[in-house]
Design a protein around this ligand. Structure first.
Ligand SMILES: Nc1ncnc2c1ncn2[C@@H]1O[C@H](COP(=O)(O)OP(=O)(O)OP(=O)(O)O)[C@@H](O)[C@H]1O
Length: 260
């Protein structure tokens, strides 16, 4: 699929698209300090697909993810999650949508140290006053491979195990889409591979939709598709990526000064 058909898909959303951004612009500051972080970005994320977002430092990856996840407001353009247009929501409804329909995984695992692994996994649902779906939770826990560690606190787990707990927490409420901001950035390659296997398994076996920002071509190679950003624009995409192919494409990005 080309960048153009991706754009068309975002403009004319079809069923089966978990989230889409259309003509998204994000401008920070004004005058001399004005930065166009996103410049008319249109992109769709299909249900049951694992997408990696890559590009040089400062190209707008985190900004795109934060706007697409409803964590930050765009300057113009629109974002929808499922059939819900985020711009139509007041703050309370936006908070509810993020809580109920979006999962987040951050570079720092952000687990609560006083809670066990299981309590951390179910915490968002406990706060929301929702009963976890036991069968779903059991599937996630068996996939995450931590059944014998559920009573452990984060300090008693390795970094990779902690991040797997954080991924299980993101998946537990059966969100429409899971966003990861460099989820393996703090892990060595072996622990990172375990987390990526689990993420990919959640897509293959559970039909989860995952979007991940990463700098690492090996991490990107676990995705079904890589979207490349440069200077706030989508410049390319790659399906069924290999680490070597992604690395080659990344080498093609020459650092250029940003024009306001
Ligand atoms: N709060 C902000 N205020 C002003 N400029 C910002 C702000 N946040 C980001 N920017 C600028 O917007 C541009 C895009 O930033 P963003 O963090 O989205 O890039 P990135 O691709 O995620 O970078 P990295 O890979 O280094 O994390 C950069 O030029 C950055 O300096």
């Amino acid at each position: 699929m080309t960048v153009n058909s991706l754009t068309a898909q975002a403009l004319y959303p079809e069923p089966g698209v978990a989230a889409a951004a259309t003509d998204l612009c994000k401008v920070y500051g004004s005058g001399d300090t004005r930065v166009v972080a996103l410049d008319r970005v249109s992109v769709g994320f299909r249900e049951g697909e694992f997408t990696a977002i890559m590009g040089p430092s400062g190209c707008g990856k985190s900004t795109l993810m934060h706007c697409a996840a409803g964590l930050d407001a765009a300057t113009s353009g629109s974002v929808r999650i499922g059939t819900t247009e985020l711009g139509s929501l007041d703050d309370r409804r936006l908070t509810e949508l993020r809580r109920d329909r979006v999962g987040f995984i951050f570079q720092a695992f952000n687990l609560l140290p006083t809670l066990t692994a299981l309590e951390n996994i179910t915490l968002p649902m406990d706060i929301a006053g929702r009963e976890p779906d036991r069968a779903w939770l059991d599937r996630i826990i068996s996939m995450v491979g931590l059944a014998d560690r559920l009573g452990h606190r984060p300090a008693q787990l390795s970094g990779g195990q902690q991040q797997r707990v954080a991924v299980a927490r993101a998946l537990a409420s059966r969100p429409a889409i899971v966003f990861g901001d460099e989820p393996t950035g703090n892990l060595d390659s072996r622990a990172g591979a375990e987390v990526l296997e689990f993420l990919r398994g959640s897509v293959r076996e559970l039909g989860q939709t995952v979007v991940m920002v990463t700098h690492d071509p090996v991490a990107a190679s676990y995705a079904d598709r890589v979207v490349f950003l440069a200077d706030g624009r989508i410049v390319d995409e790659m399906l069924r990526p290999s680490a070597e192919g992604v690395l080659d494409r990344m080498r093609g990005f020459e650092p250029r000064p940003r024009t306001p």
